[in-house]
Design a protein around this ligand. Structure first.
Ligand code: C5P
Length: 226
């Protein structure tokens, strides 16, 4: 049986970038690799949590003890997460969800000869995390968001915490060669709704996952105490 400080906890983690299809062969995507979310899932499982990983990263190995659900689009991710929310103690949204998707899907491959200038009309995706923040009651799960930024702007981070109604936000840099999308290292700033602030200078994504797990344990214990 699993042991560790997160035994008895259920954690849902999302990872990777969503892919929004245009036609059978094309999609709108982003550079998220899924490494950060997968590292968080791994760290939580190692501490004894039951972990569901909702991920777009089909190429990454699923860590031991983690149950993976593979999705492509923001709408699929939303359905998967909503299906797991009722039983979750914490939801960590490390995925880079596309803010927009093509308004219509062409079931035939678009041909360059067909219409001269191709145009893709976009429509807004729901903000999954903000929805969870709006809909959760007092018994609802802890909510953790990520914000990919080109600076570690604390003010904007606090605004996002508040606007999305979540408990913790991890602001991470995506504009440097050694942080963010695709690489194994990261730089981050963790802000909590109660005013907590933890700066994490350049480190591995595994190490950042451990720092986040420490924070998660702390917040869960605090919530248990009421
Ligand atoms: O507002 P912004 O996109 O920076 O917020 C990022 C956070 O919100 C991430 O945790 C991401 O997973 C989540 N998000 C979401 N649904 C969206 C957009 C972002 O859950 N449509």
């Amino acid at each position: 049986p699993p042991t560790g400080p997160l035994v008895g906890r259920r954690v849902v983690v999302t990872a990777g970038g969503t892919r929004e299809p245009i036609d059978p062969v094309r999609f709108i995507g982003n550079r998220s690799s899924g490494k950060m979310g997968t590292s968080i899932a791994e760290a939580c499982a190692r501490r004894g949590a039951r972990v569901d990983l909702v991920t777009t990263a089909s190429g990454l190995p699923v860590p031991p003890g983690v149950r993976a659900l593979h999705v492509d689009t923001a709408l699929e991710m939303r359905e998967a997460v909503r299906g797991l929310t009722a039983d979750a103690d914490a939801i960590v949204k490390a995925a880079a969800v596309a803010d927009f998707r093509p308004a219509s899907y062409h079931d035939q491959k678009l041909k360059k000869e067909a219409d001269g200038l191709a145009e893709v009309v976009l429509t807004r995706n729901p903000d999954i995390l903000a929805e969870l923040g709006r809909e959760r009651g007092p018994e609802g799960p802890l909510l953790v968001g990520f914000a990919a930024e080109t600076d570690l702007e604390e003010e904007r981070g606090r605004e996002k915490l508040h606007d999305k109604g979540i408990d913790l936000i991890v602001i991470n840099r995506v504009d440097m060669a050694d942080a963010g999308f695709g690489v194994d290292t990261n730089r981050a700033l963790l802000l909590t709704a109660q005013g907590g602030r933890t700066e994490v200078p350049l480190t591995t994504k595994s190490r950042l996952a451990e720092v986040l797990c420490n924070e998660l344990e702390h917040l869960l214990a605090e919530r248990d105490r009421g």
